[in-house]
Design a binder for this molecule. Structure first.
Ligand code: C5P
Length: 399
């Protein structure tokens, strides 16, 4: 009964009336000649049996994290990574909440946390549960983490209400699966992409310093998108609290001068993307000891200008990358300042965003991409989507 080659899809079936449609989905997947391995949550087994799911998939159905035979035969880590794609249908509010918060307390949620493969969710729940602020918050978090969604649809629900929350039809889920399995184009294959991210920190004395507000999220998202596009990525990063994305070479720095030096030693590059919020000024002299409060309640610090890293690369005489991208975080006149920056920094493209609305720690951002042909329309995107957009754009510009 066991399928010979590793499954291309791991299908996690959550508990809900829509679980019966998962059987049709298994049938469609198998009809297309794809192997699928099925996991049923405890609640899902109230709606479909392992026997029916297994007869359709032609494979063993997994239900229990503590099934020792399975752990001996195949650990949950292997189970979570053998397939190319993890599909959750129906994705209940509970399964979404668990993955959004990183909770793993059964086989399904453990697999979702342990997988390194793309995840596609087909939500199904009562309309009020779908619109609940908590579910919408989880949806936003999961999207920012790169989870793809199909549905839910609008319609009559099993509970008698009407609205958004019906699971997408098996045909639509299958179409999304086919899309997700398509080999991804790698427009930056073999290219060296150099990125700066995060803030810089300029010490004033051994305990104090001047810094900028920047979480580093946008720069890190761009680094990840560049890796997915096949690039070799060097990420010169100021102090942030984000793990290094897989496949990225990260160089940690603190001050603007260190960032400048690290960038110049990482050249040549095909693309330079300056996302870092670099401090414009540093203390002329760094006090050797912690400065005392003093009697008059004032402290005078002389600041000197830091080098402009973006301009130094954008106007580099011999090692200018083919494409130079800068950022403009402005609180007003976003487009005008963005255009000016194209010229003053020697950049080909400026990603301008409006930071008047507290974007710093958030996952969304309001972006305008400005090049010599003008601006694109401002879009509210997750930082991950903005990164994908930028990398797609770069792919079209690079020769
Ligand atoms: O001049 P401003 O700081 O507004 O320009 C922002 C752009 O310039 C960003 O891309 C930022 O990474 C880059 N920059 C830099 N070095 C500096 C100042 C800004 O690379 N010293």
């Amino acid at each position: 009964m066991t399928v010979a080659s590793p499954p291309r899809i791991l299908l996690i079936v959550g508990g809900g009336i829509a679980a019966y449609k998962a059987l049709e989905l298994i049938r469609l997947i198998r009809k297309a000649g794809l192997n699928v391995r099925v996991v049923l949550t405890k609640a899902a087994q109230e709606f479909v049996t392992p026997l029916s799911a297994g007869s359709l998939s032609g494979d063993k159905v997994y239900t229990d994290l503590f099934d020792l035979t399975d752990e001996a035969e195949m650990g949950h880590i292997t189970l979570s990574r053998q397939a190319e794609l993890v599909v959750v249908a129906p994705a209940t509010a509970a399964l979404m909440a668990k993955l959004a918060t990183g909770l793993s307390d059964d086989l399904a949620s453990t697999l979702l946390l342990a997988t390194d493969k793309p995840v596609l969710m087909a939500p199904a729940m009562n309309v009020r549960m779908w619109h609940h602020a908590a579910t919408q918050r989880n949806l936003e978090t999961l999207r920012a983490d790169g989870v793809a969604f199909v549905g839910p649809d609008e319609g009559d629900m099993a509970c008698g209400e009407f609205g958004l929350g019906r699971m997408a039809e098996p045909e639509a889920i299958f179409a999304a699966i086919q899309e997700a399995l398509k080999p991804k184009a790698q427009p930056l294959k073999g290219r060296h992409v150099l990125i700066t991210a995060g803030p810089t920190f300029e010490p004033l004395d051994p305990v104090r310093g001047v810094t900028n507000r920047s979480s580093g999220k946008q720069g890190y998202a761009i680094a990840e998108a560049a890796v997915r596009a096949g690039a070799q990525v060097t990420l010169v990063s100021g102090p942030v609290n984000i793990p290094t994305p897989a496949g990225v070479e990260r160089v940690d720095v603190e001050t603007a001068q260190e960032m400048y030096d690290a960038v110049h030693s990482a050249l040549p590059a095909d693309v330079f993307i300056a996302v870092a919020a670099v401090g414009d000024w540093r203390a002329k002299e760094i006090a050797r000891d912690k400065q005392k409060k003093g009697e008059d309640g004032e402290l005078t610090i002389t600041l000197v200008k830091n080098p402009d890293i973006l301009a130094s690369v954008g106007k580099h005489e011999s090692l200018r990358p083919q494409l130079v991208v800068g950022f403009a975080a402005e609180t007003r006149n976003v487009e005008v300042y963005g255009r000016t920056k194209l010229r003053t920094k020697g950049a080909d493209v400026i990603m301008a965003n409006d930071v008047s609305k507290d974007v710093f720690e958030r996952d969304t951002t309001n972006m305008i991409l400005i090049d010599e042909s003008g601006p694109t329309n401002a879009k509210l995107l997750t930082k991950r989507e903005a990164a994908e957009d930028l990398i797609r754009y770069i792919g079209t510009r690079i020769k």
